[in-house]
Write a protein that binds this ligand. Sequence first.
Ligand code: SAM
Ligand code: DTB
Ligand code: SF4
Length: 362
Amino acid sequence: MPASSTTPIFNNSPEQNAQLRHNWSIAEVQTLFDLPFSDLMFQAQTIHRQHFNANEVQVSTLLSIKTGACPEDCKYCSQSARNKTDLETEKLLEVENVLATAKAAKEQGSTRFCMGAAWRNPKARDMPYVVEMVKGVKALGLETCMTLGMLSSDQADELQNAGLDYYNHNLDTSPEHYNQIITTRTYQDRLDTINNVRSAGMKVCSGGIVGLGEESKDRASLLAQLANLSPQPESVPINMLVKVEGTPLSDVDDLDSFDFIRCIAVARIMMPKSHVRLSAGRSAMNEQMQAMCFLAGANSIFYGCKLLTAENPETNQDIALFKKLGINTETIDFGDQQQQTTNLRTALVNEENKELFYDASV
Ligand code: SAM
Ligand code: DTB
Ligand code: SF4
């Protein structure tokens, strides 16, 4: 039975609730999940506004720098060699290709460029190339992020020295549900990598996937794991499973939309200073659902028509949605920050002008 909207769940004021805590119990997180929807959204929105401009969203662009043929057995993933998917594999991209794509992402208004590789971990022979990629993307004035699998502390140091700002390494699901999803690396391996990234002085991007067939208590447990990291991750991607034909999870039941929105809201309450990213799965969400996620405290997205291998909304759709909602994108101090603002405005004006013309080719 959910608590009524008059039941005080915490005796603390919203200000006190917003203090960073690293001692969340699963039961306590479940209490948040069980709140009446409006109460949960109100708490999340109140906390969101204490730490962020509620009308600003950070935008990152993803690029798969090495695609498919991954030795790991992640049951959701199009890129695992064990899953019989239609994916075309690709070797590590040339540094120049990566830099050209990063430049285009910057021109489209992105502020962070995230490079992902289908590896268990980078090999010594790969490191000089990824280091060059980091240096090149950084020289464009973008924030840099990589997700390459497990990292040793030496590799984390090397990437940090090259100028890597963020490393993405997800916990994916709860420790209790984990063995149903991945058996080729342990939960502790993931925590060790996050620890190596943190010790090297980089910012941590870590979140998970929901809709894997897990229970509500697993979502509570995953969020407790993330929030109890000290410091909490600066970026928390909440991915809705993208179901891929040929993976063991291709037919799993859909997660109810309100349960997804609740996850965002609970993440916002527990990690008040982190950017919570409405991550994979937006192509399957309508505009109203995405708006609810922003209302629940999501303030980051992947921007650009492709994630790593799966589709993402077209940039024009996102620009149009932001315009409808009065959302601005977060800017960073590029040095040429004016340029970034101009690019987004140009994109928006182009989108508006489209309505003035008809397509003579159809
Ligand atoms: N191979 C590296 C690793 O796993 O650490 C980095 C890339 S991996 C694709 C990064 C994350 O993307 C995964 O940990 C998972 O959370 C997310 N992901 C992968 N496939 C997904 C899917 N089909 N739906 C939603 N999220 C997905
Ligand atoms: C994250 O949490 N989500 C991104 C990023 N980190 C690397 C990846 C989503 C992948 C979605 C499925 C695909 O494109 O293959
Ligand atoms: Fe490989 Fe990463 Fe996909 Fe797992 S999620 S199979 S490690 S690419």
